[in-house]
Ligand binder design. Structure first.
Ligand code: FE2
Length: 339
């Protein structure tokens, strides 16, 4: 972050600015430091106040093919909504895409007369293709992801040897969220929380009293997300999870996936308290070294997700399919002996 001499816009002040405020004290610019601290604290108080006063309405959509849960979160019927992690159907045998999953989301949006203002991705998924671009065409909304997506794009541009003009600055998305950036979904207050580890660009989204935690934790009896994709890091995931588990105990946590054992049905909602008490990988008392050793060992036993190669190629384009070849057909690439 560049240093500045003048008071920044209060809306732009995030946790990063506290470092700058500290520098201001050292350089004797106490009034500017005081201003930054005050604005930051006011923002936190406002966010907590609004979060407590208005619970978010949440509808979940489970895709049994990819074990993914997409969500619509909205302030009220007839109000504003965000769609999270929507799934584009894809048949790897035929290469055919479909919209059955996304159509269910669309039907819900229409039935509740919602205006979609955001389509939020927690990360560039490796297990399903994103329906963000298709849904944007149908109902609008800004497609957003974490600001570090460029790191992921760079890695996979190289792996897939994508077209030279494929941008690796995240510009395919309408908005890139920084850590701790706040935004609104109608009358709901929302906040992006950087939770890297599974990938470098993972975000969680806090909306009212709910947090959509992407691929960080799964249900307590399943554990945590893998950390062996390019740029993944188990120690980083540990720190991200501790950040989530420092939220109030009754905070509702909504998962991106469930891979249930045979004796139970898929679930996607839990709480901070339940995770701290019983998550098999990251309950309270598990230290970082123990988690990293377990996660690293376990990741060595996991095969690649079925759809990683098609999914990544579409998802780093914000859900837009690759450009058509000279014959008008779109192609996905399969790098051989590279992953
Ligand atoms: Fe993932």
């Amino acid at each position: 972050m560049a240093l500045f001499a003048q008071r920044p816009n209060p809306a732009a002040i995030t946790r990063q600015y506290l470092i700058h405020a500290t520098t201001c004290i050292i350089t004797s610019n106490v009034p500017l430091a005081q201003y930054i601290f005050e604005q930051y604290i006011l923002k936190q108080i406002n966010f907590v106040g609004m979060s407590m006063s208005q619970p978010a309405h949440i509808e979940a959509f489970f895709d049994p093919t990819t074990w993914t849960i997409s969500y619509v979160v909205y302030d009220q019927v007839g109000g504003s909504a965000a769609i999270l992690d929507p799934v584009l159907d894809y048949d790897p045998k035929s290469g055919r895409t479909g919209h059955d999953n996304a159509q269910k989301v669309l039907d819900f949006v229409h039935a509740h007369s919602l205006t979609v203002t955001w389509i939020l991705e927690t990360h560039a998924h490796a297990d399903h293709l994103s329906a963000a671009a298709w849904l944007k065409q149908q109902v609008g909304g800004k497609v957003a992801i974490g600001a570090k997506i460029g790191t992921v794009q760079q890695v996979f541009k190289t792996l897939f040897n994508l077209e030279a003009d494929f941008a690796t600055d995240g510009s395919q998305f309408d908005h890139l969220f920084e850590d701790d950036e706040t935004f609104a979904i109608g009358t709901l207050s929302a906040r992006a929380i950087a939770v890297p580890g599974h990938t470098p660009a993972d975000l969680a989204y806090q909306v009212g009293d709910a947090v959509f935690i992407g691929d960080t934790l799964f249900m307590p009896d399943v554990g945590s997300a893998r950390c062996d994709f390019p740029g993944g890091n188990a120690a980083t995931l540990y720190q991200s999870v501790r950040k989530l588990l420092n939220l109030p105990a009754q905070t509702r946590l909504f998962l991106c996936h469930d891979y249930p054992p045979e004796n139970r049905k898929p679930q996607w909602q839990t709480t901070v308290a339940a995770q701290r008490a019983a998550n098999i990988h990251l309950h309270d008392g598990v230290d970082e070294a123990t988690f990293v050793a377990m996660r690293t060992q376990r990741d060595k036993t996991l095969g690649m997700p079925m759809l990683i190669l098609p999914a990544i190629q579409v998802n780093i384009r914000a859900g837009v399919l690759p450009p058509a070849d000279t014959n008008g057909i779109r192609y996905l690439r399969i790098p051989m002996d590279a992953l």
